[in-house]
Write a new protein. Structure first.
Length: 279
């Protein structure tokens, strides 16, 4: 009796109506949502959401401006150190000619005291910048040149003046090559700090032993090479700190004095290494 009713199926019921489902928006996966940040980049929200900048990135105008300020301090202080080294060498030559050994010792000891005193005051000063702190940077630079003067004069007197040029060139290539590499890549070498402190203790221990034990020339050359490697490590460490720790503290003078310390010691060990190799 229901055969002629419209829209009925063979079982006597009406065909099922198509169900209407609520449409939800389609969500695409977040790119790199679970990726680990690359070496030298920060953890946290910026790394998670794919920020283009990383900690210490020179594309940040504030970081770039601070780095320029640091290297301007460093460059001017290096010029002061070079001028002081030249003047000190001339003074040492004069005192050596007249036989005034006490004056030569006075130059070296006075420069050594001023070198470490000015460095410690700048590094441990609570003020990020002050006229006194800036002035002590140049006192440090001048004392570094005066401290090197007797060593430089000894090499000149021994006919090894070209060793000074080669050592300065080697130190410059290493130092500025490391600076460009670290700042351009953004790699963070601050983790070397504990190993570098161990290296400093080893150097001090060997120096104390040398006061009582005469080392063979080959071992002396190896030790000077080890000193160079140590301050290559310090250059990596301090350059990494320029655009991170020093930048956050807004302390350009401390950054510059650490870099100058690294350069002076790198030059000194390079000079000793070349002299020991010649012997």
């Amino acid at each position: 009796m229901y055969d002629n009713r419209p829209n009925q199926n063979q079982y006597g019921g009406y065909p099922p109506q198509p169900q209407q489902y609520q449409q939800y928006p389609q969500y695409a996966p977040v790119p790199h949502a679970h990726a680990q940040p690359a070496y030298g980049q920060p953890y946290g929200e910026q790394a998670l959401y794919g920020a283009q900048r990383y900690e210490g990135d020179l594309s940040d105008p504030a970081v770039a401006s601070f780095a320029k300020k640091v290297y301007a301090y460093f460059g001017s202080a290096l010029l002061v150190a070079m001028a002081a080294a030249f003047g000190g060498t001339m003074a040492v030559d004069h005192f050596a000619t007249v036989g005034n050994v006490s004056a030569i010792n006075g130059i070296w000891i006075g420069s050594l005291v001023a070198f470490f005193a000015s460095y410690l005051i700048v590094v441990f000063s609570r003020k990020s910048h002050s006229p006194l702190k800036t002035g002590l940077l140049y006192v440090f630079a001048a004392s570094a040149g005066g401290m090197l003067a007797p060593v430089l004069m000894a090499h000149v007197a021994a006919g090894m003046g070209m060793a000074i040029v080669f050592a300065f060139g080697l130190a410059s290539v290493i130092f500025f090559g490391i600076s460009v590499y670290v700042l351009a890549t953004g790699k963070d070498f601050r983790g070397l700090g504990s190993y570098l402190m161990i290296g400093i203790l080893v150097i001090i221990g060997v120096w104390l032993m040398s006061l009582f034990i005469s080392f063979p020339s080959m071992l002396h050359t190896v030790l000077m090479g080890g000193g160079m490697l140590l301050f290559i490590g310090f250059t990596l460490f301090d350059t990494s700190r320029v655009v991170r720790d020093n930048f956050y503290a807004n302390d350009a003078v401390s950054a510059a004095i650490n870099l100058l310390y690294d350069f002076v010691m790198l030059f000194r060990y390079a000079l000793y290494f070349l002299g020991a190799s010649r012997d």
